[in-house]
Write a protein that binds this ligand. Structure first.
Ligand code: AN7
Length: 355
């Protein structure tokens, strides 16, 4: 099964840093290798000579960063002889699990909070043939149930509690360092279930321990105000935010997220839905990059901190844009004026466009 492309996904690229052997069947959709886009307009907004880069994880095969973790989790599940995998999800994990499970010919069961996941994500889980069960409850309840079921039956849990998910996702920090030739000074990212901040921090620390980078970034995580358990210091029973991907009240990797924050001298803070939506539109309109609302929490956080004068001069900052804007088209359409309906004639159009 030798491939003749030059790039074959994160397991082949970073094999020496991952818990795989020659015997591991590699289930890949050529995830990873996402662009790190220099953002001149945002850099200017931050000021003080800042260099802001956008890690556009929405360009992964299923449109989110989850694919990095899923190629590992599904490959290892196959190696271990699993027949079925399961996850709870606010949407992206289910989309990714469904796609990789389809490729691996594994049964995939996903538990989603009913009515609370974005349209694009639901369409993915369904079209890839997963058994999709919508529970009358939130993500935290769905995860509790998925943990219980996978403890009792031989079904592999592919949420980020599965350590192989973290291993795969840490490769994004390798890519950033490989591209910049150094670690950034600061990394800004959304925090939901807190697996991704855990993964990035692990990746940065590993690159430093083998001398690939000489300094570590400060990790800056952002939760949505209505779903900010880590900021508030207690679980949130009934989380709410328009950023449905991070509508999570009791993150599974809470302790590890706090460790990333504290070891890096960073912070975990929150942004309001208004700040998220403003950043969502701004990013699309000044940088040409369309992300889903949860991903815009990172840019909202960047702007919140820069207004406070948080960043030192000439800071190198990466913003992690975790998911593609097309995941949640309803939100885009609800955020912007609808197109005007006009008569099909030249004069009317020219008048409308000011010519
Ligand atoms: C776009 O899909 O939890 O802090 O079930 O989809 O690692 O949880 C998604 C999370 C950020 C938060 N941005 O990452 C799920 C799920 C997007 C996301 C997060 C998610 P974590």
């Amino acid at each position: 099964m030798k491939k003749n492309h030059s790039y074959c996904g994160i397991i082949e690229k970073y094999r020496e840093y991952l818990p795989v052997t020659k015997k591991t069947p590699v289930i890949t959709l050529n995830e990873g290798n996402t662009p790190l886009i220099y953002a001149p307009a945002l850099s200017k907004l931050v000021g003080k000579g800042a260099e802001v880069y956008l890690k556009y994880e929405g360009l992964n095969p299923t449109g989110s960063f989850k694919d990095r973790g899923m190629t590992m989790a599904i490959s290892k599940a196959c190696e271990e002889g699993a027949k079925a995998v399961m996850c709870a999800s606010t949407g992206n994990t289910s989309a990714s699990a469904a796609a990789y499970a389809a490729k691996a010919k594994l049964k995939c069961i996903v538990l989603i909070p009913s009515g609370a996941i974005a349209l694009g994500k639901l369409s993915q889980a369904l079209i890839h043939g997963a058994k999709v069960l919508a529970i009358d409850g939130n993500f935290d309840k769905a995860l509790e149930l998925a943990r219980e079921i996978t403890r009792r039956y031989s079904i592999t849990l592919v949420n980020s509690l599965n350590p192989f998910r973290i291993e795969g996702q840490k490769t994004a920090s390798f890519e950033i360092c490989d591209y910049l030739g150094t670690a950034p000074d600061f990394q800004v990212m959304p925090v939901g279930n807190a697996g991704n901040i855990t993964a990035y921090w692990k990746g940065y620390k590993e690159y430093k321990s083998i001398g690939r980078i000489s300094a570590l970034p400060k990790m800056l995580g952002f939760q949505a105000e209505g779903a900010a358990p880590i900021v508030k210091g207690h679980p949130i029973k009934d989380p709410h935010t328009i950023a449905t991907a991070i509508k999570i009240g009791n993150p599974a990797s809470w302790t590890q997220a706090e460790a990333a924050r504290d070891e890096s001298n960073g912070l975990i803070d929150m942004v309001s839905d208004k700040q998220i939506l403003d950043a969502y539109k701004l990013l699309a309109q000044i940088e040409g990059v369309f992300v889903e609302p949860a991903s815009a929490a990172s840019v909202a956080g960047l702007l919140k901190l820069s207004k406070k004068g948080y960043f030192k001069a000439k800071a190198k900052i990466t913003c992690i844009l975790t998911g593609h804007g097309l995941k949640d088209p309803d939100r885009a359409i609800a955020s912007i004026n609808k197109p005007k309906i006009i008569k099909p004639d030249l004069k009317t159009i020219l008048k409308e466009i000011g010519y």
